[in-house]
Design a binder for this molecule. Structure first.
Ligand SMILES: N[C@@H](CCC(=O)N[C@@H](CS)C(=O)NCC(=O)O)C(=O)O
Length: 262
C-alpha cells in the first residue's frame, strides 16, 4: 500500500495522531516524517524535508524564517513549503505528488477519512459529514485556546486562565450533551469528531503536569473536577484511548492521568 498522505511534523504530536488513528481504522497509509520538537529547527521544512547541515544553518539562509507560533528563533522553510502551507505550520500534509498542501490537523484528518476505503468515519451523507465538521470546528476553537494556555502556562495571567476556563466549559458542555444523546460524539458511530476530541483533549490534560506551578501562581487545574462535572466526556476519552487503534498510536501518553485518577 503506498502512502496517500505525507505528513511532516515534530514528533510525537497528538495533532498527527489524529490522522494516524483514522488511517489505521480506515485502511489509509499515512507517511510521517519528523523529529523531536527541539530538533525541528535543524530541518528544512519542505515536501522532501531533510536534516540540514551545520554550515547551511544561518540567519542569512534564503530559507530562514522566524518561528511564529510555538517555535521561537529561526526555522528553515522553502518557498515551495510556504506556497503549499501559507501559514507555515506543522503538521504539514502533502498529497502524494506534493502539489497539494493540507494544513490544520483537523483538515488533514478529514483528508484521511475522505480517501479512506469505507468512508464510515465521515458520516453516511453530506448532512452527517457537515455535522461532523461542526464538531471539528468547535474542537479547533477549544484546541487553539488550549495551545495558547499550554504555551504560557508557566507565566499565566488571570485573563489567560479565564479564557481557557470559559473555552473548556463551553466545549465540554457541548460534548457532554452530545454523549448523553448518542453513543459517540456525532451519532451512534465512531467518527473523526471522536478522534479529534480524544487527541486534543488528551493534550489539554497535560495541564496536570503543571499543577504545582499553577497552584503557586494562585490558579488551580481547570480539569480538576472534570470527571465529576463532565462524566460522559471523561469516560469517552478513557474508553476510546484504551482501544487498540488509539492506544497503539498514543502509547503511554495518558498513563500518568489514569494512575493519578486511581
Ligand atoms: N491548529 C493547528 C495548529 C498548528 C500549529 O500552530 N503549529 C505550530 C507548532 S505547535 C507551528 O507549526 N508553528 C510554526 C512556527 O512557529 O512558525 C493544527 O491543528 O494543525
Amino acid at each position: 500500500m503506498s502512502a496517500v498522505l505525507k505528513i511532516f511534523s515534530y514528533l510525537p504530536n497528538p495533532r498527527v495522531w489524529k490522522s494516524i488513528i483514522a488511517g489505521r481504522i480506515s485502511g489509509v497509509e499515512v507517511e510521517v516524517i519528523g523529529d523531536k520538537p527541539n530538533k525541528l529547527s535543524t530541518w528544512l521544512w519542505d515536501f522532501n524535508p531533510r536534516k540540514m547541515e551545520e554550515k547551511e544553518m544561518s540567519k542569512d539562509s534564503s530559507y530562514a524564517r522566524i518561528g511564529k507560533r510555538g517555535f521561537s528563533g529561526i526555522l528553515y522553510k522553502t518557498d515551495e513549503f510556504l506556497k503549499a502551507h501559507p501559514f507555515g505550520t506543522v503538521p504539514a500534509a502533502f498529497s502524494p505528488e506534493g502539489d497539494i498542501g493540507v494544513f490544520e490537523s483537523n483538515s488533514i484528518l478529514r483528508a484521511v477519512a475522505r480517501v479512506g476505503k469505507h468512508g464510515e468515519l465521515y458520516g453516511k451523507n453530506n448532512y452527517e459529514a457537515s455535522r461532523i465538521d461542526s464538531y471539528l470546528d468547535a474542537n479547533l476553537v477549544f484546541a487553539r485556546e488550549a495551545q495558547v494556555y499550554l504555551l504560557e502556562i508557566e507565566n499565566l495571567t488571570q485573563e489567560g486562565f479565564d479564557r481557557m476556563s470559559a473555552a473548556y466549559d463551553f466545549y465540554l458542555n457541548g460534548i457532554e450533551t452530545s454523549l448523553a444523546n448518542s453513543q459517540y460524539i456525532a451519532g451512534n458511530e465512531l467518527t473523526i469528531a471522536d478522534i479529534s476530541f480524544v487527541c486534543d483533549f488528551a493534550q489539554f490534560l497535560r495541564e496536570g503536569h503543571y499543577e504545582e506551578i499553577l497552584t503557586e501562581n494562585g490558579f488551580g487545574l481547570i480539569s480538576k473536577n472534570g470527571p465529576k462535572d463532565y462524566p460522559l466526556v471523561f469516560k469517552h476519552l478513557l474508553e476510546l484511548s484504551d482501544r487498540k487503534e488509539f492506544s497503539s498510536v498514543m502509547g503511554t501518553y495518558l498513563d500518568w492521568y489514569r494512575k493519578k485518577r486511581n
